[in-house]
Design a protein around this ligand. Structure first.
Ligand code: ZN
Length: 323
């Protein structure tokens, strides 16, 4: 059913897009490049100028901005910033598809177009009544999560981020928009973080960025693909200093390790001595829950110092201790 829905969307977009693509003269095969600004220009027909009504700005490209957001950035700037972010992010994902790095880039662009095309339920940018504390910068809804979906909710800390590191704010906005398309951090291939890093980062090395782009583009069909796990670890290694993010990613990778083969791949990425690897594998394969817990306790005590230095190992041990 899902595949059929996607195909239907593809043909819709194809019909719609005949005059929304620009030809790139440098492109030898004359494949049209995706231009989100042109898509938004089409959408803006009939919407007129940005208007304020009942505490919301309705922009001329069908994004609703809560008026509370204007205490962080003035409306023309915020509208423009958001629009540029979407144009840059979608162009980046289009390039991935054109380069043959999976098909997700164009699938996700189609999803984003559809969000903006829905005039009965426009995408929303919320800024008021932030309930999530200081550590969270933004939250994006995913389908079925709330009556208000689709929305992107920005924390008050964003004012600072917009001034000090606009690229990071772009990354954050694009990340949350991918949540609007249904991606989470708890299932499947890690898309929001890899796409934000592929499309909006200048602080990671080229080869690690390539790993992020491989994942974002959808090069791997499922999360048990050995090459996916390799890329996941390779990309996130650089961010050891991001403690929590790194732990989360390893946690996710290990959570998917329902079988010995995948578990072994995860363990192989942790840079452990072979006796540690073998013991962990033995623990993983032990069926008796009490025996497994005891073995894990022994391991954790014996290698407590290693686990303090190796965050992914710490994360893996925490995960193994959960069930
Ligand atoms: Zn997220």
């Amino acid at each position: 059913m899902k595949i059929k829905a996607l195909l239907a969307l593809t043909s819709l977009l194809f019909t719609f897009s005949t005059n929304t693509f620009a030809l790139d003269a440098k492109n030898c095969d004359q494949t049209p490049n995706f231009d989100f600004n042109k898509v938004l220009d089409q959408i803006s027909k009939g919407l007129g100028k940005t208007t304020l009504k009942d505490g919301w700005y309705l922009t001329n490209y069908n994004l609703k901005i809560e008026s509370d957001c204007t205490t962080r950035m003035k409306i023309p700037d915020l509208e423009k910033f958001y629009r540029n972010t979407m144009a840059e992010g979608t162009a980046c994902m289009d390039r991935l598809s054109k380069k043959g790095i999976g098909k997700l880039g164009s699938v996700n662009n189609q999803c984003l177009v559809k969000l903006f095309e829905d005039k009965s339920n426009p995408p929303k940018l919320l800024c008021g009544g932030w309930p999530f504390g200081n550590d969270v910068w933004a939250v994006g809804s995913f389908p079925g999560s709330s009556k208000r979906h689709p929305y992107l909710w920005l924390s008050p800390n964003i004012t600072k981020l917009a001034k000090e590191n606009p690229l990071e704010l772009q990354a954050t906005i694009f990340h949350e928009m991918l949540h609007n398309c249904g991606y989470t951090h708890s299932e499947g291939i890690e898309i929001p973080y890899t796409c934000e890093q592929c499309c909006f980062s200048n602080d990671i090395s080229a080869d690690r960025k390539q790993s992020a782009c491989n994942i974002c583009g959808g090069k791997y069909s499922n999360e048990e693909d050995p090459a996916y796990i390799k890329d996941l670890f390779h990309w996130s290694k650089e961010h050891l200093s991001w403690g929590n993010d790194m732990r989360q990613r390893v946690y996710l990778a290990s959570m998917r390790s329902k079988n010995t083969k995948t578990f072994t791949l995860v363990v192989n990425e942790l840079g452990l001595a072979s006796d540690q690897k073998n013991t962990l594998l033995k623990i993983f394969e032990t069926k008796d829950a009490v025996a497994r817990k005891n073995m894990l306790k022994d391991f954790s005590n014996k290698y407590a110092t290693d686990a303090q230095k190796n965050l992914p190992l710490k994360s893996l041990l925490e995960w193994m201790n959960r069930d």
